[in-house]
Design a protein around this ligand. Structure first.
Ligand code: SAM
Length: 284
């Protein structure tokens, strides 16, 4: 039985990193006219109200997206970071202005074009209903209330030949760590050119080290790790940082992130924060 609801966490510091990376990956993917296939294996509800009871209860958006001052960020940013931060701000601003925060499916739908296709998976019955309601008028989108981990073998490679895949589990179940790694490796096997983003929370660092170690023993090339933390690692049960493992990121992304993450860290957690952009396996 799943109990995680992203409404309590939407717009937190983890969403800032995840959606900055997703927005810039999609921005790059849509430079060419050829259609893009977007797969979101763990979609959530799609759209969140920042003044809803759930968001107010945790205050995570207040310590995340609402803490950011984009004017100061953009003024301080070197060229690559300015473009990356601007892309993220442009994608979320129409929603923020209405007191909302877009989840990954709605952010992707806003950035993708008529010729692109979005395939969304969400298991939780309430969030699935909300996801359907939030996407029902968009003919490019198909939603399934099924296990997103199993979608890879069904859907890859897609007819579109270009794919951006977000794997964003809630890690409620211990096996999510091993399933996420298996899916990531399967993406590479079925479609080595796919651009894949696997999100992870740093709660127990050992779990993340284990995931990376496993991936280093696969065939995967062009593998990157990016991370943004608000506190040093602990032995407790709070999320102190979050990150993404990236397969085939746009060649522009590492520089964009090396320039953007220190600026974001300065605003989100100046005294205790940290960031990382590392190439774990080179392209060739
Ligand atoms: C972190 S949230 C997704 C947030 C969303 N990707 C975003 O960035 O806005 C994870 C979601 O995955 C759903 N979920 C958990 N296990 C799943 C599975 N095996 N297949 C599909 N959805 C799952 C949860 O119900 C939850 O809504």
């Amino acid at each position: 039985m799943l109990s995680y609801r992203h409404a309590f966490h939407a717009g937190n510091f983890a969403d800032v990193l995840k959606h900055l990376v997703l927005a810039n990956t999609l921005q790059y993917a849509t430079r060419k006219a050829a259609p893009v296939f977007y797969l979101d294996t763990h979609a959530g509800a799609g759209l969140y109200r920042l003044n809803a009871e759930a968001a107010q209860k945790t205050g995570e958006a207040a310590a995340g997206i609402r803490k950011l001052d984009f004017g100061t960020l953009l003024a301080a940013a070197p060229e690559a970071a300015r473009l990356a931060l601007q892309t993220y701000q442009d994608a979320i601003n129409p929603f923020l202005q209405c007191g909302q925060y877009p989840g990954s499916p709605i952010l992707a739908a806003a950035m993708l074009r008529r010729q692109d296709h979005l395939q969304l998976y969400e298991l939780h019955s309430t969030d699935y209903r909300l996801l359907l309601a939030n996407t029902k008028t968009d003919k490019r989108i198909k939603c399934e209330q099924e296990d997103g981990f199993q979608s890879i073998s069904v859907l890859l490679p897609p007819v579109q030949k270009r794919a951006v895949i977000l794997i964003d589990p809630s890690y409620e179940l211990k096996e999510d760590y091993s399933r996420a790694i298996k899916v990531f490796a399967a993406i590479y096997q079925r479609m080595p050119t796919a651009q894949a983003l696997l999100w992870y929370p740093v709660v127990q660092r050992a779990n993340i080290n284990w995931m990376i170690e496993k991936l280093l023993h696969t065939e995967i090339r062009d593998l990157w790790q990016v991370e943004l933390g608000i506190q040093a690692d602990t032995d407790g049960f709070a999320m102190t940082a979050s990150g993404l493992l990236l397969l085939n990121p746009p060649w522009t992304l590492p520089t964009q992130l090396r320039e953007s993450l220190p600026l974001l860290q300065q605003q989100l957690a100046p005294a205790t924060g940290h960031w990382l952009v590392e190439n774990l396996v080179p392209e060739k």
